[in-house]
Design a protein around this ligand. Structure first.
Ligand SMILES: NC(=O)c1ccc[n+]([C@@H]2O[C@H](COP(=O)([O-])OP(=O)(O)OC[C@H]3O[C@@H](n4cnc5c(N)ncnc54)[C@H](OP(=O)(O)O)[C@@H]3O)[C@@H](O)[C@H]2O)c1
Length: 345
């Protein structure tokens, strides 16, 4: 059994990890931290886990994280990098759901996250945790920077087109929408029911932290100059993410060949579903599952390809992806504990 610790178990990605681990056959929960709820049984805060998770939260200083085989950080940025060196020295692997180990360019990290990076040497050895594009590195890694939710949809949506060199990489447009759980479980005015429900708005239009992460990773797929306009939106739903990606085709390619690019790229991927050309994937077809679904369109048979991508931001966009990485890092079946069918309606 793999002994697992979770730092930040009271938040949304933390409880999603707990839900997934409740049915993972190779995981034994060792410690789940909360700074505020030391001693409270996890199932008291989350009755959905009654009878399935029998551990209590402990404060981070009491949790014996160095006794774990792997520690997940489901925390804001800055927390994992402060503890990673000690854990690695004790032989513990680290998976950070925040941004501390995502961006290899320290200057870019410091510009966007507004804090100094405390362990650039460890950052160098970290693997970026998008399994479909980086499986071999993740398998060997001691530290994984789990991708952001929007970047997961943008990378898996653009990757086959960029690798094939059939689009203008300098003018990509990503119009993305997320459910409110993407902002975490905290008391903030814009997240109140009366503010977020029955409303629809863009945010971060002039610059969002997921832009540099996506550009850094997409840059590995093409030598062409990249340009990406990324506009995130908040939609009044709890879970789910829908990204509409646009790209201008620069080569003669018919719709069947376009579709084949995606079907070939993902034919062995258990968590990427390429739907029939012209389909309209819905977020609810991924809810509470690790599936990401993609569909292609070419309006008017013109020179623009439209890629629709949906996922559950808390699963493939966060906790499920992290478990997929853990399975690889420990030589387990990649799909272990992750084969839930989406919940619908
Ligand atoms: N929500 C998503 O859809 C999503 C998707 C992809 C990635 N992420 C990333 O995943 C991370 C967690 O997101 P979330 O939505 O789960 O956030 P959240 O709901 O706000 O939860 C944050 C957790 O971190 C703990 N925490 C906060 N500051 C801490 C500190 N200094 N030391 C130790 N623990 C601390 C909190 O617990 P206590 O206050 O009880 O200690 C809480 O359990 C973030 O970096 C986020 O950007 C989120």
């Amino acid at each position: 059994m793999i002994k697992v610790g979770i730092v930040g178990g009271t938040g949304y990605t933390g409880v999603e990890l707990l839900r997934l681990f409740a049915s993972h056959p190779e995981v034994q929960l060792q410690a789940v931290t909360s700074r505020k709820e030391d001693g409270m049984p996890v199932a008291e805060m989350y009755p959905s886990l009654r009878g399935r998770v029998d551990i209590a939260f402990s404060s981070p200083d009491k949790a014996r994280l160095t006794d774990c085989d792997v520690v997940f950080f489901a925390t804001p940025h800055g927390v994992a990098m402060a503890q990673a060196a000690e854990l690695l020295a004790a032989g513990v692997k680290v998976i950070d759901l925040a941004a501390d180990f995502r961006l290899q360019d320290v200057a870019v990290f410091e510009k966007w996250y507004k804090l100094p990076h405390s362990c650039p040497d460890l950052l160098k050895e970290a693997a970026y945790g998008l399994v479909e594009l980086n499986r071999d590195a993740i398998r060997k890694a001691r530290i994984v920077g789990n991708p952001g939710c929007y970047p997961t949809t943008m990378q898996l949506g653009y990757a086959p087109l960029l690798k094939a060199g059939v689009i203008d990489a300098s003018h990509l447009i990503a119009d993305c929408k997320s459910g409110v759980s993407g902002a975490g479980r905290k008391a903030e005015l814009p997240l109140l029911f009366s503010e977020a429900s029955d409303n629809f708005k863009a945010y971060g239009v002039s610059g969002h932290r997921h832009l540099p992460e996506t550009l850094e990773q997409l840059g590995k797929l093409t030598d062409d100059k990249l340009g990406l306009l990324f506009t995130p939106h908040l939609v009044p739903m709890i879970r789910g993410m829908h990204s509409t990606l646009y790209a201008r085709l620069t080569k003669e390619i018919d719709n069947a060949a376009l579709q084949a690019l995606f079907e070939d790229a993902y034919k062995n991927e258990p968590f990427v579903d390429v739907m029939p050309f012209g389909s309209h994937p819905e977020t609810r077809t991924t809810r509470a599952s690790n599936m990401l679904r993609i569909a292609l369109h070419r309006p008017g048979d013109g020179d623009t390809v439209v890629v629709l991508v949906v996922q559950d931001n808390l699963v493939k966009g966060a906790a499920g992806q992290a478990v997929q990485c853990m399975n690889l890092m420990f030589g387990l079946e990649e799909t272990m504990g992750l084969l839930h069918v989406p919940v619908l309606p």
